[in-house]
Design a protein around this ligand. Sequence first.
Ligand code: CMP
Length: 138
Amino acid sequence: MERTLVIIKPDAINRDLAGEVIQRFEKKGLKIAGMKMAHLEACTLKEHYAHHKDKAFYEELINFMSSVPSILLVLEGKAACAVVRKMVGSTLGREAEPGTIRGDYSVSNQCNVVHASENVEIAEHFFDFYTPENKKAC
Ligand code: CMP
């Protein structure tokens, strides 16, 4: 069975959408294999989003993601990565298809409710990355 990582972002927490988002995944048939709330630190997020470091929105993204705690969710199911990415929708809220999580709950580029791992390799990397024992000092 495949597992993927979803981060329920600060905008979803501020708007009390976490329950609805989790319920969508559960109703689809994905199992919650792990869940924790964590206030992600800027240094951790800089590493997570290092591939965006040259983008104009990078600093704002780090500030937004470290503004309040997020929920880290491990979801398990057949083809979990692809299924979750399809349910989440395309990155920019305004462009995401209605019926997807971003399409239904976001009109923002930055505040797009959830982050979901692109594929199994990236998900596995982040399971380790977000395990406290593996945390390197920033
Ligand atoms: P995520 O899937 O977490 O991956 C990178 C994040 O950067 C993305 O969701 C958005 O939160 C943010 N992002 C991507 N594109 C833009 C943009 N054009 N302007 C602002 N934020 C963006």
